[in-house]
Design a protein around this ligand. Structure first.
Ligand SMILES: [Fe+2]
Length: 374
């Protein structure tokens, strides 16, 4: 972790001494010259490298299986993932699918892997998903119009290299969206039913950093202090939430993620304020903690009042980075809100049990209605 950390790559490879390496990446990262920088940092190992490029913005099952087939056929000893969340998830997915015979679909879900995959080294080029340190490989499943994951500690990387210099390329919008994803991992990880004092140490520090630096990184992409803080925050949030879980924001976002008009971060943005207001009830001390971590003044007021400031802080951040929390701004009509909420509630079933408060279908509909009219 830190500026210039990419230079550690050769040393890490020397410890593992792979005979052949597959770089898994995306076209933008390659065009930006970041793959070439990765190759340079590999030193003499760069002569043992081949490259797999996922041409799509998202990783889906077909891409992971194609990559896994290539790993099996060519017998690579190591996969180096370089990119945003999607290429890294393809790298993680392919690494484990390659050593199982049945393809990816039967492996989706919790702890279905029977063996460890090909070792991976992950190098994030955004400050968002935190996948470099999580135990999940997320993919799009076309026939279910939803994302699913292989959730298993065996998907975890051998090493992650978090170099904020590699995030300098991000334009303001991508900075804001990926930073918001990291924030939601921190907020949901902090409040998750299975959170514990150690996971909260990570998620609260991530919230503190994001509260201080996301808007700065958005306004001035060359602000290295802000970039470093955001890169650290995304990784800390990843460590935190992979040890506690997520919640209703990510669960219900599954219903929007599948629509063309939303990317993952926009789905989170329209749901987060209302889910946070809903979750706050009965969990005031927890939400006062979130408000405090986000930099709100909570001294001298009741935890009831303080907890209200958590979603207010988020709405202010969204406003400052120009991301709308209103469904109607994404082309959703009023008559679509109910069916959308029902679908989200159904798709979200896998993640909803992690949420700190039980969410009924009616609750989901009420939150979507708030999201529409905001
Ligand atoms: Fe996320």
């Amino acid at each position: 972790m830190g500026q210039g950390a990419l230079q550690c790559l050769e040393e890490i490879l020397r410890q593992m001494d792979p005979g052949s390496i597959l770089i898994v990446t995306g076209p933008t990262v390659q065009k930006l010259g970041i793959v070439d920088r990765g190759l340079q940092a590999m030193g003499s190992y760069k002569h043992r490298v081949e490259t797999f490029i996922n041409p799509k913005p998202e990783g889906d099952i077909a891409i992971v299986e194609e990559c896994a087939r290539r790993v099996r056929e060519r017998g690579y000893d190591l996969i180096v993932g370089i990119g945003g969340g999607s290429p890294l998830d393809v790298a993680k997915g392919a690494a484990v699918v390659a050593v199982h015979e049945e393809g990816m679909r039967p492996l989706l879900g919790r702890n279905r892997l029977r063996r460890k995959g090909i070792p991976t080294v992950l190098v994030p080029t955004t400050a968002g998903s935190g996948t470099e340190v999580t135990q999940a490989a997320v993919v799009h499943v076309p026939e279910e119009e939803s994302k699913k994951s292989i959730w298993d500690p065996r998907t975890m990387a051998e090493a992650a290299i978090v170099d904020p210099e590699l995030t300098l390329h991000m334009p303001p919008r991508l900075t804001a969206e990926t930073g918001l994803d990291a924030l939601m991992h921190a907020v949901e990880g902090y409040a998750a039913r299975d959170a514990n004092p150690i996971s909260r140490m990570y998620t609260s520090e991530a919230m503190r950093l994001i509260g201080m630096y996301l808007v700065k990184a958005y306004r001035d992409g060359s602000d290295m202090e802000a970039r470093e803080a955001m890169a650290r925050a995304a990784t800390l949030a990843g460590i935190g939430c992979t040890n506690s879980g997520l919640g209703a924001i990510h669960a219900l976002a599954l219903g929007l993620d599948s629509l063309k008009s939303f990317n993952h971060c926009q789905s989170l943005a329209v749901l987060a304020p209302w889910v946070m207001q809903f979750n706050r009830v009965g969990n005031e001390t927890l939400y006062a903690g979130i408000a405090k971590a986000l930099g709100e003044t909570v001294e001298g007021i009741s935890s009831e009042e303080a907890s209200l400031k958590a979603s207010e802080a988020l709405l202010r951040i969204l406003d400052e980075v120009g991301i709308s929390p209103c469904l109607k701004d994404y082309g959703i009509r009023k008559d679509e809100v109910r069916p959308l909420a029902r679908k989200a509630h159904r798709l979200g079933q896998r993640l909803l049990p992690m949420n700190v408060r039980e969410v009924s279908e009616e609750d989901a509909i009420a939150m979507f209605q708030k999201a529409f009219g905001a």
